[in-house]
Write a protein that binds this ligand. Sequence first.
Ligand SMILES: [Zn+2]
Length: 214
Amino acid sequence: MPSRSSSNQTDQGSDISATQSTSLAAGDDTPLTPSPLISVDDSVLQFYITTFCPHYRNRNVLESAIAFMREHEAPRHLLLAYVYGLRSRLQSNPEDQVEAQSHLGRGTNILWNRLQTDDLASSDANIQAVLLLIAYTADFGQPSEVRVHTDALRTMIDQRGGLDAFGHNPVLQQQLWAIEHSREIHLTFDCEQSCQNALRFPGDLRLCTGTETA
Ligand SMILES: [Zn+2]
């Protein structure tokens, strides 16, 4: 066996990213050399975005939301937990399941620490994290725990003064509006009527206070 020399030279520089995206698009059998530009986490996110429901129209909202999630530590881990959880289910890959659990644990720990120590416990990032926790729990976790997270979210929104107070962060506000009508496997989003996926909470999730039915 030849010694491990530096056979994957990187002096092709900018060619690497071009080759990478071409091969992703064409799906050819170019050898998979890990590019320093695309991490494993990025590739699973890419997988999720490219396989997202074709009925969903607001691609800009989806991509902006994912960008916001990635900027903040707790939401980033919970986003990755969701995406690994989905790929694990679709491809029955036990390694993805391990990744999902690992990110879920880290994201949840960071979130609870922030909730106890932050001056602004109901920050946009923390609310985003709870939204992701609701989506993960409903789709891949224990559905019986959804109510705990929903109650937390409702309290946080009340502390901020209601859904109207999120006009400065339209992408987060959009998710808050959408979560009641969200679809399975759609992260925190709803979809068109023609969508094949079931409603995640068929008529039994109320975020806004005052509309509860006993
Ligand atoms: Zn859909």
